[in-house]
Design a protein around this ligand. Structure first.
Ligand code: PLP
Length: 407
């Protein structure tokens, strides 16, 4: 786990932090880049020195399931980007989410969340937590009054995600955090889709932020990882559970994620800009039934998005006329998109929720979450915007003849 003085870098811009945070540790032979410390253990010349490190009187590492220098650099960078007191890394985003929930919740506790959380997170809520006598209350995602009422009935933890995946709904983090705190509840926000470039939940009142670093933070779809950032006392407890259950981040993955994060601000700015222009283009195309993107004035929570985000992110979704048959014909026609399950990469990625965010859910669960059958999730890459729009246009135009008018 990495703790930092939250005041130290407040004046420094996010781009500078993306490049420099976590990069100032000791280096072998003066290397300018963070080394990949694959070593499982760290040796000491004397027992006194070893004890000092083991008992926390001196900085250092003992065993890589607990701490590791490359992973520590990753934790420092993520923590700095979220302006957090502390951060700890995980083997995946789901490891970060499940370690957070299983550390903070005990039998008899109640957790309130929304119906539109990430598919894996939803599985924790509906399948695993109830087995431990943890009561889960899932509210309609945009019904803030219902969420507030559920919190007021008493809860240990309010778990939010914004924007959500795949219909990019927006929840008002500041409003719900204030209500949760008034009722003595902790607030956790999954900030994977927004990234700290577009949204900083801790500044909006959240106690903890979780990330799937696999997505935008890493940005290159070549390493799995996760992180929890926020209040030091809470992060310490979650770190302690992780060192025991062993969901630690691999040093090689930590290195790849660190390298990816150096360009986070540049990638996300480009993705914000392209996604908005693509959403506007899709809204004007006759083969498209509906477009979901928080940057569009037609989005039901556009006003909240404008208040709490500085950019609207690289993920949008849209429904085609012609149902799932149209989706099957449309997707293979795209030249510049991986038809795959990830998001947040430098390459554009497209796919239906049935095979991506909600692969773990049944068709009934997807319908209950309001996910249309003909939906396509589009994670905009960093390609030239004009090429991405031209690619979507040719694929949509080719549908026109065969498309039926039902949605
Ligand atoms: C992908 C994702 C996760 C899970 O992350 P993994 O790294 O795949 O375990 C959690 N939350 C959101 C919003 C995601 O997109």
């Amino acid at each position: 786990m990495n703790g930092r003085n939250p005041k130290a870098d407040d004046a420094v811009g996010l781009g500078t932090r993306a490049v420099w945070s976590g990069e100032r540790g000791e280096r072998w032979a003066g290397a300018t880049q963070v080394s990949v410390a694959l070593s499982v253990s760290f040796g000491y010349a004397t027992v006194e020195e070893w004890l000092d490190v083991a008992q926390g009187r001196r900085r250092g590492h003992i065993y890589s399931r607990n701490t590791n220098p490359t992973v520590a650099a990753f934790e420092e960078k993520v923590g700095d980007l979220e302006d957090a007191e502390a951060a700890t890394g995980f083997s995946s985003g789901m490891a970060a989410v499940s370690n957070t929930l299983f550390t903070l919740l005990s039998p008899g506790d109640r957790v309130v969340s929304i119906k539109d959380t990430y598919g894996g997170t939803n599985k924790l809520f509906v399948e695993f937590l109830p087995r431990f006598q943890i009561e889960v209350s899932l509210c309609d995602t945009t019904d803030h009054v219902a969420i507030e009422a559920a919190v007021a009935r008493g809860c240990k933890l309010l778990y939010l995600e914004s924007p959500t995946n795949p219909t990019v709904k927006i929840v008002d983090i500041a409003r719900l955090s204030a209500v949760a705190h008034a009722h003595g509840s902790l607030v956790v926000v999954d900030n994977t889709l927004a990234t700290p470039v577009n949204q900083q939940p801790l500044k909006l009142g959240a106690d903890l932020v979780v990330h799937s670093a696999t997505k935008f933070l890493g940005g290159h779809a070549d390493a799995l990882g996760g992180a929890v950032c926020g209040r030091k006392d809470l992060v310490s407890r979650i770190y302690h559970f992780r060192e025991i259950n062993g969901a630690c981040l691999e040093p090689m993955s930590a290195y790849l994620l660190l390298r990816g994060m150096k360009t986070l601000h540049l990638r996300v700015r480009q993705q914000n800009e392209s996604a908005l222009r693509i959403a506007q283009f899709l809204e004007s195309h006759p083969a498209v039934a509906k477009v979901f993107y928080p940057g569009l004035a037609t989005h039901e929570n556009h006003d909240v998005a404008c208040r709490q985000m500085t950019g609207f992110g690289g993920v949008l979704s849209f429904a085609l006329h012609g149902g799932f048959e149209a989706v099957k014909r449309f997707l293979p026609r795209l030249c510049y998109a991986n038809l795959a399950a990830n998001l947040g990469a430098v390459e554009t990625v497209a796919g239906p929720p049935a095979t991506t965010s909600h692969v773990e859910s049944t068709p009934e669960e997807r319908a209950a979450s309001g996910i249309p059958d003909a939906l396509i999730r589009h994670s905009t890459g960093i390609e030239d915007t004009a090429d991405l729009i031209a690619d979507l246009r040719q694929a949509l135009d080719s549908l026109e003849g065969g498309a039926t008018s039902e949605t």
